[in-house]
Design a protein around this ligand. Structure first.
Ligand SMILES: [Zn+2]
Length: 198
């Protein structure tokens, strides 16, 4: 390859790297984890030890995760949901019934469990079955504890478990990417992949 052509290739490569690092496009957001993310804490997959599930929507997903670090695990109704991390139950809802449709107003009608961790972050487990909550506010829970059963309540088009970790601080409400223990090692989870416990 002539010397100057090689230089052009190197220059184009450097410009590409500069572009990606300066302005992460939305479709790449799931790959890049924001600076300052606390990666010291590793979470347990939020389901039974003998189960594995597909991540049907990942971080910054197109259906409903456009601005959130949230995960949707595709699972049938009534699958056991286990705590991903120890904490204190903040709030729950279990009386909502499943309704058809994609109306955004249904967002308020999901059964859920919110768990406060010792660093001020909160894990949210959403779309649980009617009556599918086994814990109550104030309960201390341990990682791996059976806390409820999955469902399809709220703004949801298929049975699944929505899991996210968020924090409220001076910058308001924001979600946080989290790493998990998986059979393949400690990972950030990706859309389209199936994850089993170690
Ligand atoms: Zn979701």
């Amino acid at each position: 390859m002539p010397g100057n052509l090689q230089q052009v290739f190197i220059l184009v490569g450097l410009l590409l790297i500069l572009f990606i690092s300066c302005s992460t496009p939305r479709w790449l957001k799931h790959v890049f984890i924001p600076e300052g993310t606390d990666t010291a804490v590793v979470y347990r997959l939020p389901y039974a030890p003998n189960k594995k599930y597909l991540v049907a929507q990942g971080y910054w997903g197109n259906f409903s995760h456009q601005t959130t670090y949230a995960l949707d695990f595709k699972m049938r109704r009534g699958q056991p949901v286990h705590a991903a991390r120890e904490g204190i139950v903040l709030a729950t809802a279990s009386h909502f019934v499943e309704k058809k449709g994609k109306k955004k107003t249904l967002i308020e009608e999901a059964n859920f469990i919110d768990v406060l961790h010792n660093d001020g972050t909160v894990a949210s487990y959403w779309h649980l079955n009617t009556g599918g909550v086994l814990v109550k506010p104030g309960d201390t829970i341990y990682p791996g504890q059976l806390i409820g059963f999955s469902g399809n309540t709220g703004f949801s088009t298929m049975p699944h478990l929505h899991f996210e970790v968020y924090k409220r601080d001076a910058n308001g409400y924001h979600t946080i990417p989290t790493r998990f223990y998986t059979k393949q090692g400690i990972k950030f989870l990706r859309w389209g992949r199936i994850y089993a416990h170690p």
